[in-house]
Structures are given as C-alpha cells and as structure tokens.
Design a protein around this ligand. Structure first.
Ligand code: ZN
Length: 134
C-alpha cells in the first residue's frame, strides 16, 4: 500500500512533524505487522527521526547543520545558490524505515518522524509512504 503526503513549507529551513499523517495512512491500510518506509523525492529536503517534544531540539539540529555546512561557499552555489541544502539533505538522507507491530509504528517515546525542509519555502514537497506487511 502506498500513499503520498504533499506538504507546503513556510520557512527557509524547518522540521515538520509528519508522524500523525503516517499513523493515519497505517490505520487506513489495515496492516498490523510489517514495515513503513517514508521517502522524500527531493534533493534539498530529508526525512529524520528525532525528538519533537522539546522543539528546541529541531532548532539546535538546524543550527548545528548550519555551523557544519555554511551557505554560499560551494561550487554549486553558482548554479542556484543552494549547495548547502543539497549537502545537508545528503547527510540526513531521503528516507527512514520504521517497523509496525500491532498496527502501531514502533517508535520510541521521544521519536517523531519529521521532514526537514532545507531550501524553502516550497509549495509542493512530496513524501511517499509505502507500507508492506499483513
Ligand atoms: Zn541546487
């Protein structure tokens, strides 16, 4: 079973919690045990799993990435000025796979699934959710 999530982002960089949307897709699928793959089809966005209970962690992660990978100093910046977003996206990765047991994502207490916008704002960010199981 496969379904897309389409997101609009409103900032240059932000983390958007999509755990609830994915839970709804799992509920709709009727699958009780299996795996859920979450994959974004963009070269300047990423999927991460981390804490969102304290939203400062999201800001700290973006600050850390910006310190490690400053904007405006890379070869690709001559093309469209977003090389740092490509590098951050490559490091974080385009997807995550989470086990499903008894119709529930097996996330830890402090884990949420988030899309990282790294070159926003964008109106059409696509995330493919694929659920396999029985
Ligand atoms: Zn680019």
């Amino acid at each position: 079973m496969q379904e897309d999530i389409i997101l609009s982002t409103s900032r240059k960089q932000e983390l958007i919690d999509i755990t609830g949307k994915i839970n709804n897709i799992i509920k709709k699928s009727g699958i009780k045990n299996g795996i859920c793959n979450v994959f974004t089809v963009h070269a300047t966005a990423a999927i991460i799993i981390n804490e969102n209970y304290d939203p400062n962690i999201c800001l700290d992660l973006l600050d850390a990435l910006n310190k490690l990978i400053p904007a405006g100093i890379w070869r690709h910046d001559k093309i469209d000025g977003n090389a740092d977003a490509h590098i951050k996206s490559a490091i974080l990765g385009p997807g995550e796979t989470i086990p499903i047991k008894n119709a529930k994502l097996q996330l830890g207490q402090w884990q949420s699934i988030m899309m990282a916008e790294l070159d926003g704002p964008r109106s059409n960010r696509k995330i493919i959710v694929t659920i396999v199981g029985d």
